[in-house]
Design a protein around this ligand. Structure first.
Ligand code: C2E
Ligand code: CA
Ligand code: CA
Ligand code: CA
Length: 280
């Protein structure tokens, strides 16, 4: 369709300009987001597929900025944060806030659960990352065993050895390590065997497509069998329906997470959710 008689190059130009401006604004406001208190965390529960017992929560970062029109999607601002280097500062804020919440949840609700934090490859490569984690953990009354870091395979593309060294130190501290988005991107089966991983999260594309044919089913089943042979727990992501839950359960997937159980829960709703679930 013609836009006020503009030719397609003019339209292209103005679209490009819009994108560039948006990126610059995201970067500009991201710089101030911590000081302006615009970040918050949401918590999405994970459940055992058979007992329905809660395993814990994945922590998901939320950013509300008025100048950018309210809520900005993590997929948009995390990329900008990674490209501009803010991700380290933001990631530290996330870990600190998650540990604080972990302490609160442990004191008030649970004995036995896990808080999962997404860690960007850039964060993991920081030279002082291990010191930072040790220092944060010592500031709260929590056990490292209650903490899990979710990492993606992209971390091994850039610097396999450095990633591996830091992961081994993290593991030694007692923190659990989960391989996120498994089955997408650069999946190499050798990672599963050569890295100190405790669990893997099967990407939601496998879960949502599971009813679409025997190939997807076979893939899903095979990944789970392989993971179990290597002693890993398996978590299915993006479980949206009862049928999807039944499918992953049929293949002995240990845990599931997704809209079928709950959307990510805001900090302010978390107590109500836990009370409603009968935890207190
Ligand atoms: P992810 O780690 O794969 O997180 C799961 C994403 O799937 C979340 O999106 C979650 O809201 C969404 N989700 C959960 N259940 C379902 C479902 O049943 N169906 C569908 N369609 N989606 C579901 P969100 O919160 O927008 O986060 C997107 C990505 O941003 C995350 O993907 C993660 O890569 C990144 N991210 C979020 N928070 C952080 C953070 O604190 N640090 C870092 N480095 N990355 C983060
Ligand atoms: Ca606001
Ligand atoms: Ca994740
Ligand atoms: Ca994921």
């Amino acid at each position: 369709a013609k836009e006020n008689g503009k030719n397609k190059w003019q339209i292209f130009d103005s679209k490009m300009k819009e994108i560039v401006e948006r990126n610059l604004n995201v970067e500009r406001y991201l710089r101030k987001a911590i000081d302006r208190n615009e970040f918050s965390l949401s918590y999405q529960p994970q459940f055992h597929t058979i007992t329905n017992k809660m395993r814990g929560f994945e922590v998901l970062l939320r950013w509300d900025n008025d100048e950018l029109g309210g809520n900005v999607e993590p997929v948009e601002f995390i990329r900008v944060a990674e490209n501009s280097g803010f991700i380290n500062e933001i990631g530290e804020w996330v870990i600190r806030s998650a540990c604080k919440k972990l302490e609160y949840l442990w004191n008030n609700y649970f004995d036995d659960f896990i808080i999962s934090v997404n860690i960007s490859p850039i964060q993991l490569m920081q030279h002082n990352f291990i010191d930072l984690i040790e220092s944060i953990i010592s500031q709260y009354s929590i056990l490292p065993e209650m903490l899990e870091f979710e990492i993606t395979e992209s971390v091994f593309i850039e610097s396999y050895d450095q990633a591996r060294i830091n992961l081994e130190k993290i593991k030694k501290m007692g923190i659990k390590i989960s391989l996120d988005d498994f089955g997408t991107g650069y999946s190499s089966l050798s990672y599963l065997n050569n890295l100190p991983i405790d669990s893997l999260k099967i990407d939601r594309t496998f879960v949502s497509d599971v009813s679409k044919g025997i190939f997807k089913e076979t893939m899903l089943e095979s990944i789970i069998i392989l993971a179990h042979k290597l002693g890993l727990d398996v978590i299915a992501e993006g479980v949206e329906t009862r049928d999807q839950l039944f499918s992953v359960r049929k293949f002995n997937c240990d845990f599931a997470q997704g809209f079928h159980f709950s959307e990510p829960i805001s900090e302010s709703d978390l107590d109500d959710y836990l009370k409603h679930k009968g935890y207190k």
